[in-house]
Design a protein around this ligand. Structure first.
Ligand code: ATP
Ligand code: MG
Length: 344
């Protein structure tokens, strides 16, 4: 493959991904299936950071988990570096896992509280690379130094570290096998602001040094704005808007994006004063029974008749990206897949 075509091919392609959780059966029958991620498509380039935002329950974590194959897709496909991830068997998926890793808000999701951290970091090296214990220990020392800790930390247990240090350990484990993509799911959300900045600087250095791409899921829009090249906005399992970070923040097109941004302070006192906060009426609708047409219409100040009838398709936005909103045109009609049972 030529360098040109390598550049053009995205690292990650998510195409019409849906993830459905089936309800538990009970005495009262089976609950409706919940489509947590519905027909989601986007790409991430090599070394690129895509921010993913949206209120709690909008499907951000499930999107990340769907990409890594941690929850099965009910529709659609995910390709990483040309390899289709969806539908891989357990073993093949385990082999692919080296290329894509996840860092969680709670580092204990990947660190065993009862083992010295050196062992947790060495584990993927021993499992995937069949490294000898000595080689793995040498590599662990290197990794710890790379994330701003020292080789001596190997013997310590997770509880002996501060929150920021523990997140550095989780990052060292995540990058041990030189992944191409790291999904950061609220990875800095539990940290205080100055520790947050240090960990973000580390993630940016790793991106520069190793060309790692990130799907960066976070509530804090200021953090997302700082780290992301592009941003995707999710509402009730759908991506309603996506585009370059500056375009999304300076010229949001979707009423939901506008509302989300209006609730977050901007580093510009005059513009902050001029901007009024848009309060959304009501709560996120029950995802088991989403509104017809545009799922945002029940909370949208601009809802029109068509919004209840037709789910808006993607419309290209001047300045980059796409929006799904009838205010901006009919878009390309999308066929919302009908959810099927028997998954997840
Ligand atoms: N294992 C599961 N079984 C059933 N439903 C689930 C499961 N995991 C998530 N859900 C549901 O899927 C929807 C999306 O959840 P998800 O955790 O992806 O949202 P999120 O955007 O990450 O939210 P938060 O910001 O709170 O982390 C929610 O309605 C949630 O209740
Ligand atoms: Mg989440």
């Amino acid at each position: 493959m030529s360098i040109e075509s390598e550049r053009r091919e995205p690292l990650l392609s998510v195409d019409g991904l849906s993830v459905t959780f089936t309800g538990r059966s009970s005495l009262f029958g089976r609950a409706d299936p919940l489509v947590a991620v519905s027909n989601v498509s986007f790409e991430i380039g090599r070394g690129e950071t895509l921010g993913l935002v949206g209120e709690s329950g909008s499907g951000k974590s499930t999107t990340g988990r769907g990409i890594l194959g941690l929850v099965p897709a009910s529709f659609g496909s995910v390709h990483l570096d040309g390899v289709e991830i969806t539908g891989l068997g357990r073993r093949e998926l385990r082999d692919q896992r080296r290329n894509m890793q996840m860092v969680f808000q709670d580092p204990y999701s990947s660190l065993d509280p009862s083992s010295p951290i050196g062992e947790s970091i060495a584990e993927p090296l021993i499992v995937h690379e069949s490294m000898s214990r000595d080689d793995a220990q040498r590599r662990v020392a290197e990794l710890l130094e790379r994330v701003g800790l020292t080789a001596n930390h190997r013997q310590r247990y997770p509880y002996e570290f501060s929150g920021g240090q523990r997140q550095r350990v989780a990052i060292a484990r995540a990058i041990a096998l030189n992944p191409k993509l790291v999904v950061c799911d609220e990875a800095v959300s539990a940290l205080d602001v100055s520790t947050q900045n240090q960990v973000i600087n580390l993630l940016e250095e790793l991106r520069t040094d190793f060309g790692i791409a990130y799907l960066f899921i976070a509530h804090d829009l200021a953090v997302v704005r700082h780290i992301s090249d592009r941003v995707a906005v999710m509402y009730l399992g759908r991506i309603v808007e996506i585009g370059p970070t500056t375009r999304i923040f300076d010229d949001p097109k979707h009423p939901y994006t506008e509302a989300l941004l209006s609730a977050s302070p901007i580093p510009h006192p005059r513009r902050q004063r001029e901007r009024s906060r848009i309060l959304l009426p009501g709560d996120l609708p029950d995802p088991r029974r989403p509104p017809s047409g545009c799922t945002f219409r029940t909370r949208c100040a601009h809802a029109m008749d068509v919004c209840a009838e037709v789910e808006p398709g993607p419309v290209q936005v001047a300045g980059g990206g796409e929006v799904r909103c009838h205010l901006h045109g009919p878009g390309t009609p999308t066929e919302t897949p009908v959810s099927v049972g028997g998954v997840a």
